[in-house]
Design a protein around this ligand. Structure first.
Ligand SMILES: Cc1ncc(COP(=O)(O)O)c(C=O)c1O
Length: 352
């Protein structure tokens, strides 16, 4: 017998996007924000008293809960903070799933879900999206304990309307976790559903819209009863004192948040137009990345040629994504450089 449980032994593990050491690159592979976090967050960081390092942090991050509750028009009891949105996913799998309690989600989507299902030893019921990434009707038939819908979806960038998500919540007998890691770049979101449904959990991340991927901070918005249950599963001190102070200052600075996410959304529309001009098929994105496909050259080949030029995007060798590249929206200058490189690559591919 090996040291590990069978599922741990067998699972391949999540493969995070490549994190190159060099800074002299264009890094558009892990959907980070091209802008620095709010100056208020930087100021909060510089004011941190080392006395906080000696003591344990507030186990529920009260100051952040209060700030987030005000922004979302809910009560602090409706918020639970976590060490990045990923920790909320881990907590949800541990709280709701086991051998007899499956998870369901549409695919292709965030590739962490199957890894967590394997680790939790629960069945993963994967229901394929159609080509337009509409909500699959069969999702409701799965009768899963936990249903996850990533909205906007990664890596498609597509969005399912709030009305459709409300009907899904209404039809499901289990919990509906809406992964809104990218909601900061969409025009609408489902946070309001937690007021009308007792089975909805919203996942939010401070990594994307707030430019704090390195800090590791995310949170759940949910009915108070679900939050109390999730709290039983989380580590006692899951978010540290520095993260609480910085994330709270960042979320309070909504003006800066609107400015920077607005710039990213504008740059996204320009990037989509530039890629379409190069004959890439690019569906509308509600996120801070675009999914681009071309018949002129294989995505894997383009990916390698971009790496040779110190440009990193994301290529997934997965069903439904074989010939697609996911490109994070950077600054307009970064996007222009990617587009120039793609133009060169396609010209040489065409003449080869
Ligand atoms: C769809 C989706 N959900 C959740 C997360 C988790 O984000 P974080 O743990 O950085 O908050 C990510 C990160 O890339 C993501 O793509």
């Amino acid at each position: 017998m090996g040291y590990f449980r069978d599922n741990v032994e067998k699972v391949k593990g999540y493969e995070p996007g490549f994190q190159p050491k060099s800074v002299d690159i264009i890094k558009l592979n892990t959907n980070e924000n091209p802008y620095l976090p709010s100056p208020q967050a930087v100021e909060a960081f510089s004011r941190i008293n080392v006395e906080h390092f000696r003591r344990y942090p507030d186990p529920v991050a009260t100051v952040f809960r209060e700030a987030a509750a005000e922004i979302h028009g809910v009560r602090p009891e409706n918020i639970m903070c976590c060490n990045g949105g990923d920790e909320l996913l881990t907590i949800a799998f541990r709280a709701f799933c086991d051998e007899n309690r499956p998870v369901a989600y549409p695919v292709p989507t965030y590739s962490l879900y199957p890894v967590l299902a394997n680790l939790q030893n629960c069945q993963a019921l994967e229901v394929p999206f159609d080509r337009e990434f509409n909500l699959p009707v069969d999702l409701i038939k799965t009768n899963a304990a936990l249903t996850i819908v990533c909205n906007p979806n990664a890596p498609s960038g597509s969005f399912i309307s709030v009305g459709e998500m409300a009907s899904l919540a209404d039809d499901l007998s289990g919990v509906l976790l809406i992964d809104e890691a990218y909601a900061d770049f969409a025009d609408e979101n489902c946070a309001g559903l937690v007021k009308n449904f007792d089975n909805v959990i919203i996942l939010r991340s401070m990594s994307k819209g707030y430019g704090l991927a390195g800090l590791r901070f995310g949170y759940a918005i949910a009915p108070a009863d679900l939050i109390s249950g999730l709290m039983k599963v989380k580590d006692s001190y899951n978010v540290d004192a520095v993260a609480i102070a910085v994330a709270t200052a960042a979320i309070k600075d909504q003006e800066y948040f609107r400015q920077t996410t607005g710039k990213v959304k504008k740059a996204r529309e320009l990037l989509v137009a530039q890629l379409r001009a190069l004959k890439f098929e690019v569906p509308r994105s509600y996120s801070n990345f675009v999914l681009a496909e071309t018949k002129r050259c294989q995505a894997r080949v383009i990916y390698d040629k971009l790496v040779q030029r110190n440009i990193y995007v994301r290529y997934f060798d997965l069903p439904g994504l074989e010939n697609k590249l996911r490109i994070t929206v950077g600054t307009t200058e970064q996007n222009d450089r990617v587009v120039m490189a793609l133009k060169e690559i396609l010209e040489t591919a065409g003449s080869a």
